[in-house]
Design a binder for this molecule. Sequence first.
Ligand SMILES: Cc1cc2nc3c(=O)[nH]c(=O)nc-3n(C[C@H](O)[C@H](O)[C@H](O)COP(=O)(O)O)c2cc1C
Length: 209
Amino acid sequence: MISTASVAMKAAELSELMRRRRSLRTYRAQPVPKEFLGQILEAAVWAPSAHNRQPWRFVVISRAATKERLAREMGAKLRGDLSADAVPPAVIDADVARSYQRVTEAPLLLLLCMSLQDMDEYGDERRQAHERTMAQQSAAMAGQNILLMASSLGLGACWMCAPLFCQDLVVSVLDLPADWRPQGLITLGFPAQQRQRERDSWETRTIRR
Ligand SMILES: Cc1cc2nc3c(=O)[nH]c(=O)nc-3n(C[C@H](O)[C@H](O)[C@H](O)COP(=O)(O)O)c2cc1C
């Protein structure tokens, strides 16, 4: 029988893990051990998913040349988007440089994708859109498992939304199956920074009925 004390201890450990996970954006050059990568991906696939269809797909990116090409191509797209918004050139240069540095300097990148291949198909766009949302929600839950497992292994990680803004480009650069839709790029590595960010109380985000 599980004692109340051991339940409380497990809950405290989980709470600690969730609070300790922070988005860390600078890493030491030390590579991420192969066994850590396996543990992280194993954690990812234990996320819940709509109809248990497991619509997540992962691309492991460790080659410097691939990181460089991805960073360069996404940077060019970012530059184009910001120029169209008439953002000042100096701000664009800084944004593009920061993004390039983050992608190329992370020891390991995990591109989180989702696929509709095994999801239900509807004849109408209303239900199809909801089915797509469920696939995205499922992939995001896998993403959270990745972030939590990375944190528990002592790694830093950060979700970057950049690929979402240029999905076709990323599919083409990485030569991915056409049904893989990029959702987020997770940078991983041993942290070179510490970070603490406060949260608003859940009470400010909750209504009781
Ligand atoms: C869907 C999503 C997209 C994000 N995109 C970015 C991003 O493009 N760049 C970035 O630096 N952080 C990004 N983040 C990280 C958030 O900025 C971060 O989670 C938030 O500031 C809270 O900080 P914490 O993760 O340290 O608690 C993203 C997080 C999520 C969940």
